[in-house]
Every structure is written in C-alpha cells, then in structure tokens.
Design a binder for this molecule. Sequence first.
Ligand code: ATP
Length: 243
Amino acid sequence: MTLGVFGGTFNPVHLGHLRAAEEVAELLGLEHVLFVPSADPPHKSQADAVLAPARERYAWVEAAVADNARFAVDPLELERAGPSYSVDTLGEIGRRTAPAKPVFVIGDEAFAELATWREPRRVLGLAHFAVMARPPSKGRPPTTSLAGCLPDALADEIELEPGGLAGRHRDAGTWIRLLEIAALDVSATEVRRRLRAGRSVRYLVPEAAREAILASGVYAPPTGAGGDASVEAAAEAEGERGQ
Ligand code: ATP
C-alpha cells in the first residue's frame, strides 16, 4: 500500500490542490492521499498574506475531501506545538507506514525551495517525492526536468536517471519523479485576492468548503470597502503581498 502525503498551507484549499492530488494518485497508483495542513508554516510569513487560523483551514480541507474515499486529512501538524516542519511530519508518518516510505506530493516551485527547509537531506531520505510541474505563471518558465527544480545544494544526494525526469537518493533508496500533470492554474493567492475584492470564487474552491470559507470572513474585503476603486486597490494590495 502506498500512501501519498500532500502537505500545504491550504490558505484556503482550492480545486488546484484536489485535481493535483487526484492526478498524482492515479499516475502513481497511490492507495490513499493524506492532506496535511500546516499549523504554523515556517515558509509563509503571516506578514505576507492573511493566514486563516489552522483549525479553519483544516476544517475546509476536511469538507473538501469528504466525498473522495481515497483522500483523508490528518491533524498531526495541528497537534504538534511549534513550527510545522516536514522532517517531523514525514518521520511520524514513516513510522506508521514502515517499512514502506510515504510519497510526498509537492509542486515544483515548493520543491525548488527544499534547501531552505529544516534538515533537507534527511527529508529526502524519509519519503519518495512526486514533484508536480505546475503551470508556468507570471513569466516563470515551465519545469521540464528534475534538474530544473532540484536545489543545487542537494544535488549531490540524488543520482538523476537518463531523461532527467526521475532520480534516486544515493543511500536512502528513495526516489524522486517529476510528474507532468494537467494542473489547474489556480492558486490560494489568487483565491484570497478575489475574496478580498469581494469577487466570486465559485468553481475555484471546492463547493463543499465555499460557504464556510466565505462565512469565516477571514479573507473578506476590508470594512468600508465599496465601489470599484477601493475593490481594485484592495485586490492590488493582496497581489503585491502574495507569493
Ligand atoms: P499560495 O498561493 O498561498 O502560495 P498555493 O496555492 O501554492 O498557496 P499551498 O497550500 O501553498 O497552495 O500548496 C500546497 C502544495 O500544493 C504545494 O506543494 C503547491 O506547490 C501545490 N499546489 C498548489 N496549487 C497547485 C495547483 N494549482 N496545481 C498543482 N499543485 C498545486
């Protein structure tokens, strides 16, 4: 049995997340995909963008995955105090799946930051990595090879296979694969921007979570916003802070 682990801030969960998990599960024959919302994401500073409370982000993911028997959500990062480090999460999940190792599902732009994570070399040995080529955006070129997103500082750990779409950890026996998926061009930044501008997010976020996301008011337009000018200014401000 192969378990996928899909970590993220899910601020908020959107259809890009669900579609990506579905495609990776299908491509790799994963039996289950565990969504793991980060409680206190070390890489996403709260000053950069509005961060919904962890319990709310968790509840939205829970509602979003409820109708998919292959998907589940795990509160382990909410139950652990302090910053949510993937090295701790994968260590804990790996103890459950041992001797098999889980498959960490991650976007190419997040994988490219791996060297900045806590104990990145250990992380590469704790799980296999399914790296999704996300749609190129804002001038970012498409990722067509693993070398294009494998951080230089970690390159010595991985032996790339001919073709450049897969690699193996030299000691740990884990693999990395770059997966071409028909990813949806949706980001949480864009969803927040629309909510802040008072615009619709229908068909961008899972219908099962949409009402709760709106009712939370977390990303709502600033009070007193009204008229096109203030809505546009608010949208621009969120855009500048995003990503
Ligand atoms: P933000 O816009 O706030 O940075 P995000 O949309 O990238 O957020 P995260 O919760 O940070 O969402 O992402 C969790 C994981 O899902 C990351 O590995 C990210 O690369 C991946 N991901 C996010 N959106 C998509 C998408 N549309 N298609 C494929 N993968 C995605």
